[in-house]
Design a protein. Structure first.
Lengths: 502, 685
């Protein structure tokens, strides 16, 4: 047996030993037997003869004490939070933006020159965004409507109400039973807030606790879920929380020539998702296991790498810096270091710990072991921020093409829908029928701030039918995504930075 | 067996003590303390006096004269003092073109002023913060302001940062609620709650009056507070959060729409306030109190209230007016109300049956700092602390209102020493001042508005700052004046105030808004009718009342220094104020156009040529005195060719702008009702 083969076998034996539940149970059992036979009092010091006479009491002790400990543990631990169901906004064909149409429109925009048009064309060709993504009606005008407040409100209403309608229809839960409402929409926060708008539309109860999160970027999906889970801890058992993740495009279309700001126009598309959470496990589809959030905003380059400001002409836009990939890598690393001990099997943890210690001792000459997350999760929902982000995460985590397929296909079908993209990906996995009971899903989202947030779900019951958003087109997916879509628009000669958007 | 029993008892005792300890720890963990708070004091060069505001309004090219005056009138009666703070863009003349950087600067100044001081006072650092909740209503950049704070104070990467936006003036308690819950699940932890409003990007430069109201009230300000559930910090904490109740009545359409950011006809965005607001606030308030009362009031008070209700139910028919009131003073010692405006404070005071002393902190805060949106309750709290009124064990009720429509309340209990002067350090001795009246009332308020061209020329209702000086006297004669005008019969050239709600016309008004009508002549037909109906004595009374009113009006007119009283004898005879219209068209025909609010389509309004009014019985002649300001609606006056041919009584058909059509319709109906109701044998009273 050659050395590599031997080490491979050794590794699998080690993993088996480490990861089976018997690993801890066997020594514990042995210990318990020794104690019982030996009769060494552990907790209470008492005379040996008395102990011998009172065997039932001793047994009672051994039964009672673990029970107390278990009760205390359960009391300490928070309540479990379940996902009842979710629904993604189903885009309609009449607001579809084929790439060719987008480029055609761009040609007619009065504020763009030829260089900008060439740039946008080439970025679109390489964005791996498909022909079926949607933009709100106000952007279909030539030129787009002037950052209208009412248009943005109309878009938000369309997306949010459609998604919520779907989720209520799916679950059959009465709107009046919703006690917590969390909405996140980064670029648009009207007064009264979007939460009040939903309360008004669905006539929700007057003691509802609603929170409207804004300005928190694409990574806020898991934060909203985490916030709702936090608020659910203080409500009666079985309460419902509604979480809506969306983004409005209408209020944020950039009308200038700054390239780093034009990228958002290319990537962002309409989308949203509504999620119903509960503390009751009845009818639950998923169980929330962890929410881990990391913000690396304390460093200037992280803070400034996605930044909303005005260009020299006074047009407001979101500027993406070239450091974005590095920064998102750092944020992802920070997130992994926190979530790894929570989710990874013991074998991976030990390997990681040993490499970490070795690295410290040997002054960084040893490469840090990248844990194999495929052992901890069956499915990955990586924020479909752009092609480069997905590539980078795939490389960093050592994932297969199939693992990142949901992200790529979501980017192709819906574009970058900001915070809701992770839900479209989950819907994709379920629509493809890949979700099984007990499967673990890892949602990873990146966004301005700079934040990397993740949520871990465990499937309780897979969906019986595909989500509406994917229902009409899932049979066409996965599609092959070429590096460059040829022959759309003009071929430019500009060397482009490979910048992508989280 | 005795040992066995002893052992069992021992075990049970251990179990019981463990369970108690767990419950105790759980209870302790859920307690939330206010470690300290700091309100932001903007630099002195950002002070916005009435004069500055007037200059800013004058500078705006888009604002027409009536709108500008409306703005000032609202400001004068808003209860704001002369030392509130506005963002720099307003003072630098860039209010209509603020940049993203301006808004960031405003927020940064606040962070450096308040958050830094808070850290300094508590001795904590950015790294000690576990939960961060930022609430800024109308500014939500990317990255969020929460990220900006994380960067500014080097917070940890696992800080739970939440950035709330768009949640209105009541959001400070939403932020506290979010922080409290986040603390609850985290065990011993510290939360930073930052609440402010960014004013700079929100200057409304249009003419829609309902959108202009916010402009006059909102001012710079913000507060930062540290909440903690850490037992180690408990001893230093100032207050403990007892209970927090949130209510949201957005399900009601009127309430939802009553405070709304919306576009006007030109696409400019402003905060619109509708008439449904007080009603919505009252409803939200009631919903909130229903949930709050059982939690904070002692049983005795609840029992008393229940008994009162029952008693009232029994005696409903006999005592309809005496509503059962609940005494909130039994549950709270101090009251912090959102300083939304003088009217809001007054309404809350009335509903909770409080006295002036209880609402004084809120009023003073409004006067000193303006409506600082969500942070205002902390300024009020700071006022009470600076006055040394907060003693250990006192309970403080905080109550906030905001768009949505939301009403949130919470009760704090003082647990530590509270004697910081805080943000009031340099001005607490001056409060409460002798008068809250605006010192510029005389300068900017003109009770007589010849420009009452539009019925929508509304004055803010329900403001209870008393105008000082003679104007008060002058403006306080509405009923008498109305009588006089009615009695006098024909109305000629009467400069009347247009300062009333749409249903006010020159003959009548509701009890709040004066309509002043100068009458210089009466038709002989009506003299006879009055004489016949009332007899000589009655007629003399009417005339005497008319004359007395005239004297009051004359004084008032003289003091506005806008009119020349053309009858020179002082108090000798009926005064005559006359004006000439600068408009060419009107002048050519020699008309004096009545300045009272016109009825719809002006069908009922006639203006008579002064030259042709041969029946004029005024003792004074009718010379023309010039009146300085142009009357805009006169430009709209067109002689109706058909009616203009009539001898002696040419009629002017008023082409009112279409925008006020609706107001006019309301007015017609009111006018019709009024006439029909009061008509009696052809004589109007």
């Amino acid at each position: 047996m050659s050395l590599p083969t031997f080490s491979k076998h050794l590794k699998s034996i080690y993993q088996l030993a480490m990861n089976t539940k018997s690993f801890l149970a066997v020594p514990a059992l042995i210990l318990a037997i020794i104690i019982l036979l030996n009769g060494t009092p552990l907790v209470f010091t008492m005379p040996y003869d008395l102990f011998n006479n009172l065997c039932p009491v001793q047994l009672f002790n051994f039964v009672l004490l673990p029970t107390i400990v278990a009760i205390l543990y359960i009391m300490r631990r928070g309540r479990a939070v379940y996902l009842i169901d979710y629904a993604c906004f189903q885009t309609s064909p009449n607001s579809r933006v084929p790439i060719s149409a987008f480029i055609e429109h761009v040609h007619h925009f009065p504020f763009l020159d030829d260089r900008s048009i060439r740039f946008m064309t080439r970025m679109l060709e390489r964005s791996s965004i498909g022909d079926e993504t949607n933009l709100p009606p106000s952007i279909h005008y030539i030129p787009p409507l002037n950052n209208g407040f009412d248009e943005a409100r109309a878009e938000a209403e369309l997306v949010i109400f459609s998604a919520i309608d779907d989720v209520f229809a799916k679950t059959g839960i009465a709107p009046a039973t919703v006690e917590i409402l969390v909405i996140n929409c980064s670029a648009f926060a009207p007064v009264p807030s979007l939460t009040d708008m939903v309360v008004n539309k669905y006539k929700l109860r007057s003691d509802i606790r609603c929170v409207n999160l804004s300005g928190m970027g694409c990574s806020v999906g898991p934060i909203s879920v985490g916030l709702a889970a936090t608020l659910l801890q203080a409500t009666p058992h079985g309460s419902h929380a509604l979480v809506v993740s969306t983004e409005t495009i209408a209020s944020n279309f950039y009308k200038g020539k700054e390239r780093s700001m034009q990228l958002t126009n290319i990537l962002f598309r309409m989308g949203g998702a509504a999620v119903l959470l509960s503390t009751s496990g009845a009818r639950a589809r998923f169980r929330l296991k962890h929410v881990v959030r990391k913000i690396t905003g304390a460093f200037d380059d992280s803070y400034g790498c996605v930044f909303q400001e005005e260009d020299a002409m006074g047009n407001r836009g979101i500027k993406l810096s070239k450091d974005l990939l590095t920064v998102s890598g750092d944020a992802l690393r920070a997130n992994i270091t926190t979530i790894a001990p929570l989710v990874l099997p013991l074998s991976e943890q030990l390997q990681f710990a040993s490499s970490f210690i070795a690295r410290k001792l040997l002054d960084g000459r040893v490469k840090l072991y990248i844990p194999n997350f495929r052992k901890a999760f069956e499915h990955f929902c990586i924020h479909a921020g752009g092609r480069a982000v997905i590539d980078k995460v795939q490389y960093n985590l050592g994932l297969s093409d199939e693992h990142v397929e949901p992200s790529r296909m979501t980017l192709h079908r819906f574009g970058n829908t900001s915070s809701s993209s992770v839900w479209y990906e989950l819907a994709y996995i379920e629509a493809k029928g890949r979700m099984r009971k007990g499967d673990r899903v890892w949602m990873i989202a990146f966004g301005s701030g700079f934040k990397c947030n993740s949520a871990v779900w465990e499937c309780v019951r897979p969906a019986s039918e595909p989500d509406k958003a994917w229902a009409g087109c899932i049979h066409r997916y996965p599609v092959k995504i070429s590096e460059v879509i040829e022959n759309i628009g003009h071929s430019g000669k500009i060397q482009l930075p490979s910048v992508d958007e989280p | 067996m005795e040992e066995l029993t002893a052992l069992l008892v021992l075990i049970l005792v251990v179990v019981a003590s463990l369970a108690t300890a767990a419950a105790w720890r759980r209870r302790h963990r859920s307690r939330c303390f206010l470690l300290d708070y700091v309100c932001y004091k903007p630099p002195d060069d950002q002070k916005m006096s009435t004069e500055t505001m007037s200059a800013v309004a004058d500078r705006s090219k888009r604002l027409s004269d009536p709108v500008r005056r409306f703005l000032l009138r609202v400001l004068l009666r808003s209860g704001l003092g002369e030392r509130t703070y506005a963002p720099r863009t307003f003072l630098d003349g860039r209010e209509e073109s603020p940049t993203q950087q301006d808004a960031h600067d405003e927020m940064d100044a606040f962070f450096h002023g308040a958050v830094a001081e808070l850290f300094e006072r508590t001795g904590l650092r950015g790294r000690d913060v576990d939960v961060l909740v930022v609430n800024v209503g109308a500014f939500y950049p990317a990255p969020s302001l929460a990220s900006r704070l994380v960067r500014a104070y080097g917070m940890r990467d696992d800080v739970a940062a939440y950035n709330l936006a768009g949640m209105g003036c009541s959001a400070v308690l939403v932020a506290v609620d979010v922080a409290r819950n986040a603390l609850l699940v985290r065990g011993p932890a510290t939360a930073l709650v930052v609440s402010a409003e960014c004013i700079a990007p929100h200057w409304y430069a249009g003419e829609d009056r309902s959108l202009l109201l916010g402009q006059c009230l909102f001012r710079c300000g913000g507060a930062a507070a540290l909440l903690t559930s850490d037992p180690a910090l408990r001893a230093r904490a100032k207050m403990e959060l007892r209970c927090l109740v949130r209510s949201n009545i957005a399900a009601d359409d009127d309430a939802h729409a009553c405070a709304m950011l919306r576009e006007d006809a030109d696409g400019r965005v402003g905060a619109g306030l509708t008439k449904a607001l007080p009603k919505a606030a009252a409803r939200a308030f009631a919903v909130n109190l229903r949930a709050l009362a059982p939690r904070v009031l002692p049983v005795a008070e609840l029992a008393r209230f229940a008994a009162a209700i029952a008693w009232q139910k029994l005696l409903r028919r006999r005592r309809e007016d005496a509503a059962a009131t609940i005494n909130f003073k039994a549950g709270a010692d101090h009251f912090c109300f959102h300083t939304g405006g003088a009217a809001v404070i007054k309404a809350v005071k009335r509903s909770l049956v409080l006295d002036d002393g209880d609402v004084e902190p809120s009023r003073m805060t409004l006067h000193r700092w303006g409506n600082t949106s969500s942070s205002s309750v902390f300024y009020v709290l700071s006022y009470m602390e600076a006055k040394g009124r907060l003693n250990k064990g006192d309970r403080v009720l905080m109550l906030t209102f905001g768009s949505g429509f939301k009403c949130n309340s919470c009760v704090w209990e003082v647990t530590g020493d509270m004697a910081d002067k805080g943000v009031w350090v340099d001005c607490i001795d001056g409060y409460p001042p002798e008068s809250l009246a605006n010192p510029y009332m005389d300068k900017y308020a003109s009770p007589i508005h010849v420009h009452g061209d539009k019925a929508s020329d509304i004055q803010p209702a329900g403001t209870d700052t008393k105008p000082s000086g003679e104007k008060l006297h002058f403006a306080a004669e509405p009923a008498a004046t109305a009588t006089w005008a009615t009695a006098g019969g024909q109305v000629h050239g009467c400069p009347a105030t247009g300062g009333g709600p749409p249903h006010v016309n020159y003959l009548g008004t509701d009890e709040r808004q004066p309509t002043l009508t100068l009458n210089f002549s009466r038709g002989s037909g009506q003299v006879i009718a009055q004489l016949v109906r009332h007899g000589f004595e009655g007629y003399r009374n009417i005339m005497q009342a008319c004359r007395d009113n005239a004297m009051v009006l004359e004084d008032g007119l003289r003091k506005t220094s806008r009119f020349d009283i053309v009858s020179k004898q002082d108090h000798g005879c009926v005064p005559l104020a006359a004006f000439d219209v600068s408009d060419m068209l009107c002048r050519r025909f020699g008309w004096v156009v009545p300045a009272y609010v016109m009825s719809p389509d002006a069908r009922r309004s006639t203006s008579r040529s002064s030259a042709s009014s041969s029946g004029l019985t005024s003792p004074a002649p009718w010379p023309s005195a010039s009146f300085s300001t142009s009357t805009r609606w006169c430009a709209d006056a067109r002689p109706s060719s058909k009616l203009a041919t009539l001898p002696a009584v040419p009629t002017v058909r008023m082409g009112l702008p279409t925008t006020s059509r609706r107001c006019c319709r309301v007015q017609t109906q009111a006018w019709n009702r009024f006439v029909l109701a009061d008509k009696n044998n052809g004589v109007c009273y």
